[in-house]
Design a protein. Structure first.
Length: 106
């Protein structure tokens, strides 16, 4: 059984026990549980995509860690003008572990 969930404007395929990196959830601390909205639910041969049924299905996950991603270097350069700009960025992430995917109500 797996589900497609939405978090931080992105979609992730998750199953029970998976650890997934999502954009930082700033309101939650390590050890808290969060609910993720479900877009699609697959249980064997049964595929549920009806939004009315999935409105009641929330995937439960536990916050494992808050960390930063790899550094991205941004370089801007214009030839013959002496223009150079260097900038770096490290995205904030939250690692969550999926603990429960409830079955869709029939």
């Amino acid at each position: 059984m797996y589900a497609i969930v939405r978090s931080g404007g992105r979609q992730h395929k998750v199953a029970v026990g998976d650890v997934v990196e999502v954009d930082k959830i700033s309101t939650a601390k390590v050890g808290d549980t969060v609910e993720l909205s479900t877009l699609l639910l697959v249980d064997g041969e049964t595929v549920t995509s009806d939004p009315w049924v999935l409105a009641g299905v929330k995937v439960q996950a536990e916050i494992v860690d808050h960390h930063k991603g790899a550094k991205i270097d941004i370089l801007r350069y214009k030839n013959k003008t002496g223009y150079r700009r260097r900038q770096g960025h490290r995205q904030q992430y939250t690692a969550i572990k999926v603990t429960e995917i409830p079955a869709a109500a029939k």
